[in-house]
Design a protein. Sequence first.
Length: 250
Amino acid sequence: MKLIEAKDYQDMSRKAADIIIDQVKKKPNSVLGLATGGTMIGTYAALVDDYKQNGTSYQQVKTVNLDEYIGLAPEHPNSYHYYMSDHLFNHIDIPKSQTYLPNGLAKDIEAECQRYENLLEQIGGIDLQLLGIGQNGHIGFNEPGTSFESTTHVVELALSTRQANSRFFNRFEEVPTHAITMGIATIMKSKKILLLASGKKKAHIISQLFAGKVTTEIPASILNTHPNVIVIADQEALSLLSPEKRKVYT
Ligand code: PGA
């Protein structure tokens, strides 16, 4: 893993956007793996700004999202379909037909997981996968204890994850209990991974990530074994990481 230190949320977002823009310029038909959550909003805003100012084109890009809640329609304001349209797809020139997310309303959820996994193969795998990190170390919705061999599957969300995400809903009870997520093996197949972390709430898990111990209790720890991972974290998220450790990874 390589660490890029950012000053604050805005700086992290700008630096992440620069890497994504560079990827799209170098390979206009890139497959981008995308993520949702509070962390990514600034990055998508920076991509939209760049599109408006510099016209970076996404016409040949394909996107695949990590996850979607089960039971929320694409039009539901808390669905990840809605989030992606609202923060990114509606504001750049990507054809909607080239943007993929799991279908949280599928009648046969197991078949939907298989379809999504096959789709990733068909489009040639992910060139650059964007990841947030949960306070419990989850990546996508792969909660602690998930097998490193897992492919796209259904998960029951951890209480802590539902609590963390309830800030986007009117009431805690409205937060879905289940989701479809790419598995850890799916994520690890990505050619390059960009993990973002911002704020004090992420300081503990970031220090655990860089402790280097690989354990299913910290799903993100598997990233220590991937050959091409960049972590961009701001100073608050890095506040529990020693200067020595920071030096090793930068
Ligand atoms: P957040 O979520 O960006 O809203 O903190 C990150 C995650 O849970 O992966």
